[in-house]
Design a protein around this ligand. Structure first.
Ligand code: FE
Length: 356
């Protein structure tokens, strides 16, 4: 069980989130690592579905270290994919950054990624978290957890994903829409592990337990639990951590709930990644790889995760403020590159289950 109280987290510590890490941690930072750095012709175009202030510091740090100029286009992953479809082979994108292996798969499926071999990336990133041919690389982890109201439910009733489909939770669950990639990937793993029939039975059971039709994002589900609209919800862990380290009001919301990591006595909790791919249209794939490699350095990892509250994938990277609250859990070892193969079926199952 993971306690929700962090009301004493200091403002100073929170303000530190998103700041560049100390140059002392990277003595070479002041000098361009690339012999060609400083030439104005080196430009990297990044299409990112992220939208965090800390990412600006991340790009600045990379520019400072390499002399490579970074241009960023930020938009939702579906919008970025549509943009690239419209641009076609002329797309200026060099690097694509999106969250969830299911979203990375969609770019791969449309032919917008290219296979990359990088000893540094293969050494830094566990096989489970990257595409087998190098079409994309997971860079930060997230866990799909259950947030619940301990006044209404004991942990034993929400400590497996299977619990969520039990009759005893009738009218007690809040979830977001099945069109969201997070739920598609969770169901993709359940299909991969248990098979289609069991996955459909589960989805129908969960849908019959809804307290309300799916609405809102993950944060809205936590707020609904805290407000008593439902007893439990499925969310990504970092939304809870952000509330638990947020404003006074947000901390009070988090403190009314607890986090359960499902399936600790079985296959482990579903995890996913924020990841990056080299665009198939890139004319500077070497620079693109250099940037993705930078994101696996301790500095890059810190800047990638400090504000999002995702888990760094590199052990030497600093742990984001507040993440120690949810530090230890057994994670599923399901290969993330297999999620894409189940995505269409997952959507069909959700549709049949009435999980819209
Ligand atoms: Fe998210």
């Amino acid at each position: 069980m993971f306690r929700a109280f962090i009301a004493t987290a200091s403002l100073a510590a929170l303000v530190a989130c998103g700041q560049p890490v100390s140059p002392a941690e990277n003595p070479g930072a002041a000098e361009p690592a690339d012999p060609a750095a400083g030439t104005t012709s080196q430009v990297l175009n990044i299409y990112s579905a992220r939208h965090y202030d800390s990412d600006k510091a991340m790009y600045a740090k990379f520019e400072e270290e390499t002399g490579i100029k970074v241009n960023v286009r930020e938009s939702g992953a579906p919008e970025l994919l549509e943009t690239m479809k419209a641009e076609g082979a002329d797309s200026p994108a060099d690097v694509i950054i999106v969250s969830d292996a299911g979203a990375l798969y969609q770019f791969q499926r449309e032919g917008f990624t290219q296979p990359i071999r990088s000893d540094a990336l293969e050494a830094a990133i566990p096989e489970q978290l990257r595409e087998k041919d190098g079409h994309w690389f997971g860079l930060a982890k997230r866990a799909r957890v259950i947030v619940y109201d301990p006044q209404l439910l004991p942990l034993e009733e929400v400590d497996t994903y299977a619990d969520l489909a039990e009759d005893r939770l009738r009218g007690e669950l809040c979830v977001r829409s099945s069109t969201n990639i997070y739920n598609l990937s969770l169901l993709g793993e359940i299909i991969g592990r248990l098979g289609s029939d069991a996955a459909e039975t589960w989805a129908k059971g969960v849908a019959s337990n809804f307290a309300r039709p799916p609405e809102g994002g993950d944060t809205a589900q936590i707020e609904a639990v805290a407000a008593g609209q439902c007893a439990a919800a499925i969310v990504n862990h970092y939304y809870w951590v952000r509330l638990a380290t947020g404003t006074t009001e947000e901390r009070l919301t988090a403190a009314k709930t607890l986090v359960s990591f499902p399936d600790q006595d079985a296959g482990g909790t579903h995890i996913n990644v924020t990841g990056a791919a080299v665009s198939s249209t890139s004319r500077s794939p070497d620079l693109a790889v250099k940037f993705i490699e930078f994101l696996t350095t301790p500095d890059g990892q810190a800047l990638l995760t400090s504000e999002t509250k995702e888990y760094p994938i590199v052990a030497s990277a600093p742990v984001p403020e507040g993440l120690e609250l949810l530090a230890n859990f057994k994670q599923s070892d399901f290969p993330l590159s297999e999620l894409g193969a189940h995505q269409a079926e997952a959507q069909a199952i959700f549709d049949r289950a009435g999980w819209n």
